[in-house]
Design a protein around this ligand. Sequence first.
Ligand code: AHR
Length: 535
Amino acid sequence: MQRRTLLRTAAGAVAGFAAAVRPVLAADADIEVTPRPEGDIISPHIYGHFIEHLGTVIYDGIWVGRNSKIPNVDGIRLKFIEDMKRLAAPNLRWPGGCFADGYHWRDGIGSATARPRTYNYWQSSMPPGFDHTETNEFGIHEFMHLCRLTGSEPYLAANVGSGSPREFHDWVQYCNAPPGTVSLAAERAANGDKAPFGVKYWGVGNESWGCGGAMNPGEYATLYRRFITQFPVYAPKPYLVAVGPRGHSKDMDIGWTTGFFENMLPQHRARVDGYSLHFYTDFRNTKEKVSRFDAAGWYDVIREGLRTEEVIEKHWTAMGAYDKTHHTKLIVDEWGVWYPPGEETAPNHLLSQPLTLRDALHTAVSFDVFNRHAGKIAMANVAQTINCLHALFLAQGDRYTRTPVYHVFEMYRGHMGGRLAQLEIRTPERKVPARNGTAAMPALSGSASTRDGRLSITLTNPSLDDAVACRIRLTAGTASEARATVLTHSDKAARNTFDHPDEVKPAPLSVTVRGNNVEVTLPKQSVVSIELRLT
Ligand code: AHR
């Protein structure tokens, strides 16, 4: 630890040198929290989800089939429904991902036995011997049923890469037209759903710079305009999301953002409500392992996760050059850690990863970044919810476990719909081992919000060596009824398995409140959430 930093986390995080902070003991932190009546609302949708027809995300993970012995509701895994309800999962993005731009929605309606078997984008990535042909058993009706069972809003990704405006508009009518109007509404009713689905969130393609069509931003902007100009107008008012950059590129892909907005006149820009940003903590081309790593690997992954802040800020600034009032908000609809292949939980569980405590801390620092930029981010969707990449759940047949990532989602629930408060962390910056020597990183990460007379504070201590004693001062009001929860483990690579599903789980943590002062010690390698009643 070499220098003092001040991390201010309200209208945007500012990390830098603290000019005049009072001296702190080594490994101690002074934190100041200021509730702000004018603070941005943290959209509950930031805690959103993404599920794709990829590997075993849908089939086996979520869809076990109506005749399965695995407890289910109309074919949907019961445990998954229960856990998503527990998290108040705000939304589900579906059907892809790359799969979306090869998906034709009509293949997934009508009698399940009559549905065609179709090519799945991901089948060529499956190991030899595994058939990944799409059965279309899980289509729009099954997806909407899942949304209703979990209380989540649907967010559909339309096929731009191999579809047409007509196919897209038909899907919109099929989903949203009131009964007794167009034929597609009658067809929906005949297939079991008389009432419109009321889909508000529509993604116009996915990764159109890559698997969604390998376009340049100008080509995509042209297609975006064609796809949305005759968008059928039904309730609810649509929220249209354009494909944005590959944020984890070395150059952050700013060229995509400027290229896209440049090719849109102001009247078109007004029809871009959301702008998708993908940010993977991308270790695919490294030797990093998911489940075995040293200190450098631990810090590298968490530090790379923090880079999302700069990516958000840079793209927001680039968008502002064309959209002065910032009508268009960011939708981080794919984020998470992506390790190299080789540690899948089973051979056919494509892109599944045995996530550890390290990934839980990565989740926490990512959420703190999203919270701190609540005014810019309307939604975020973890990639993906089950059996893939940054998963909250792993499932195989009748075996099921929550990963450490799940617990962070649960610990951050207090922020959903809360009003961003200012959080200033005064603590020396930390020098940490890195693959290429050493690196500096903030000693703590955090965010704070208020809602209904309650204050939620989340803090992460990434140190593998030191606990951090925190003195938190509320600059206005006093606190009572403090409750703190900690997620940690003595083994930095600890994880939950089917045989030991509770190896990593939250536990109560002692916290002291005296008037406007709160004292709590963050164990090393931990995530802590504190809930206080404001008086
Ligand atoms: O989440 C896995 C894949 O990552 C998605 O299908 C794609 O959009 C992204 O490249």
